[in-house]
Design a protein around this ligand. Structure first.
Ligand code: G4P
Length: 537
């Protein structure tokens, strides 16, 4: 076994899932403050603003006041090395947002106490469910009037199909918010509006009938007692195994902007959240403790610096140890690559990395040789699984203005598809390019980049598609039959996989009934010729 074990076990790599405005940026900032990674609140937002200036197409972000890039932030907390993978939080999110969750070991779900579960959280949760990612929940904005805590838990259980187990419990909310009672540490944390309370120690109250509680909370002491009695009867007790298998989520209440309840949640996260675990490759499972290095690319970010036309591939290390200057095999192209210049993303800066361990994310500069899903390893050929394309929900046809640029369009779309910017479908009976995306913003970025990087002047035309599924069947004759009968709606994606495009979920449901032998997949494994889909239907 590897002597890297200590380094691996002290790593926590997680992402935050939330709907826009739930408080993800604010919470991230507080987490980074605890890690000493930033000196003052506001730095994350400021950094986002600064980043806008770094590239041309990111002007789109600036124009629309959003962030489309996914960043990685590394910080230390106590003895732990934390990698926080940021998921862009706008309505128009992209596949990147989904895919970043394939590189984490756990997730933190932020919910606005006034809104409960919102649509984007539901979508991100679907992705977590594919790998049974353990999830800790933070219910935010308790300083405002919101839903009743029990109603929020019901909403989560109902919409997200995950068992909730509160580990802290709020005392009132809005103007009557007095703090939280930490159920597993049996500590009372008082909230004082406008005051930084995070550095104070909680008051240990083992027995809730203790009269100190009445002295501090007045009539709200009895409210708390009743609430706790109720939840102790109603909610399932916390079981680490259930959390780790993704079937139960421990819940914390607080207020990110007031830095209240954040530290308790972070303390629980480092204690409970799993360190980097084994990863499935096509041939076998890879343990993080193996001696030799392996990792996969889950995100490509282009034009970090327009002057150099560079791209950074974000690589999640899965086993062994990375050292500067090491060699690994780039299996898709069958070549050795030397990692002479890898970047590690600290919260406030980028550093040249000398060594890194499983769970860490490193950035490798390249000029288009790395695509999403590529695996690198020192020894045997490996192909990690679980890095998917997600069925697009928006579609557009590309119309080239100048037919002489067909080759450039082709090249541009191929590369942008490899980077995961957009998905490209070619109908089998029409010479067309249909682009598919999970968020509309991907179209703007694609067009912008086609023009600025490939000199392609094109426009979009709408198409009557709203749903896509990859199709397969054990019986090739059946598949052919299905394709022939629906030939105008059959396409091939950028990797030649068969897809069926259609107008509505209803129409899809109808086809699924008519053709029970055909498998309709919502995700498709990138670079995987084997049949190893990770989710059905
Ligand atoms: P996001 O990244 O999930 O989109 O959310 P973000 O942190 O930007 O927070 C969205 C809004 O909610 C912000 O207000 C933020 O200040 C506020 N907020 C975050 N946490 C809390 C909390 O615990 N209590 C209350 N009352 N508000 C909170 P904004 O007005 O949109 O932006 P700003 O002007 O404050 O930056």
């Amino acid at each position: 076994m590897s002597n890297n074990r200590k380094e691996i076990d002290r790593r926590r790599t997680f992402g935050i899932i939330s709907h826009p405005d739930a408080g993800k940026t604010t919470l991230t900032e507080k987490l980074l403050l605890y890690g000493g990674a930033i000196q003052q609140a506001g730095a994350v937002k400021a950094r986002k603003a600064e980043r806008y200036a770094t590239s041309d197409w990111m002007a789109i972000e600036k124009e629309r006041g959003i962030s489309v890039t996914t960043s990685v932030m590394k910080f230390n907390y106590h003895d732990f090395e934390i990698n926080l993978l940021d998921t862009p939080g706008h309505q128009d999110f992209s596949e990147d947002t989904y895919r970043v969750l394939t590189a984490v070991d756990s997730a933190l779900m932020v919910i606005d106490s006034a809104k409960g579960v919102e649509p984007q959280t539901e979508k991100l949760m679907e992705v977590c469910r594919m790998r049974n990612t353990p999830i800790i929940t933070f219910i935010n904005k308790l300083d405002r009037e919101g839903m009743m805590p029990l109603d929020i838990l019901d909403d989560i259980e109902d919409k997200l199909q995950i068992e909730c187990t509160p580990l802290s419990w709020p005392i009132g909310s809005g103007k009557r918010f007095r703090g939280v009672y930490n159920l597993y540490k049996k500590e009372l944390h008082l909230f004082i509006p406008g005051q930084e309370t995070s550095s104070r120690k909680g008051l240990v109250i083992n027995d809730l009938s203790d009269s100190t509680l009445d002295e501090i909370l007045g009539f709200q002491a009895d409210e708390l007692r009743e609430d706790i009695e109720l939840i102790e009867g109603a909610a399932e007790p916390f079981e680490l195994d259930h959390y780790l298998s993704g079937s139960q989520t421990p819940v914390f209440f607080g207020s990110a902007i007031n830095n209240f309840g954040v530290k308790e949640m972070l303390d629980a996260l480092i204690e409970m959240a799993p360190p980097p675990g084994p990863r499935a490759a096509v041939t076998r499972e890879v343990s993080p403790y193996e001696e030799t290095f392996s990792g996969f690319a889950f995100k490509i970010q282009a034009n970090m610096n327009l002057a150099h036309r560079d791209r950074i591939a974000f690589i999640r290390i899965c086993s062994g140890k990375f050292t500067r200057g090491m060699k690994a095999v780039h299996h898709r192209i069958g070549k050795d690559v030397t990692f002479s210049n890898a970047t590690i993303f600290m919260a406030n800066e980028r550093e040249n990395v000398a060594e890194a361990y499983p769970g860490d994310i490193i950035g490798i500069h390249n000029h288009g040789t790395i695509k999403i899903g590529d695996t690198f390893s020192e020894k045997e050929p490996l192909q990690f699984r679980g890095i998917p394309n997600f069925a697009p929900e928006f579609f557009k046809k590309v119309i080239l203005k100048n037919p002489m640029r067909t080759k450039h369009l082709q090249k541009g779309l191929t590369q942008l598809a490899e980077e995961g910017v957009v998905q490209v479908f070619r109908p089998v009976v029409r010479n067309e390019y249909i682009l598919g995306a999970v968020g509309r913003l991907q179209f703007d970025i694609t067009m912008h980049r086609l023009k600025s990087e490939y000199g392609v002047d094109a426009v979009y035309e709408s198409v009557d598609y709203n749903v896509a599924r990859w199709i397969e069947c054990d019986d090739p004759a059946k598949l052919e039959d299905f394709e022939n009968k629906n030939i105008t709606d059959i396409a091939r994606d950028a990797e030649g996989s068969r897809a069926y495009l259609t107008t509505s979920e209803w129409q899809l449901g109808y086809q699924m009934k008519q053709w029970p032998e055909i498998e309709f997949y919502k995700t498709r494994e990138i670079n995987d010729n084997e049949r190893s889909r990770i989710s059905l239907r």
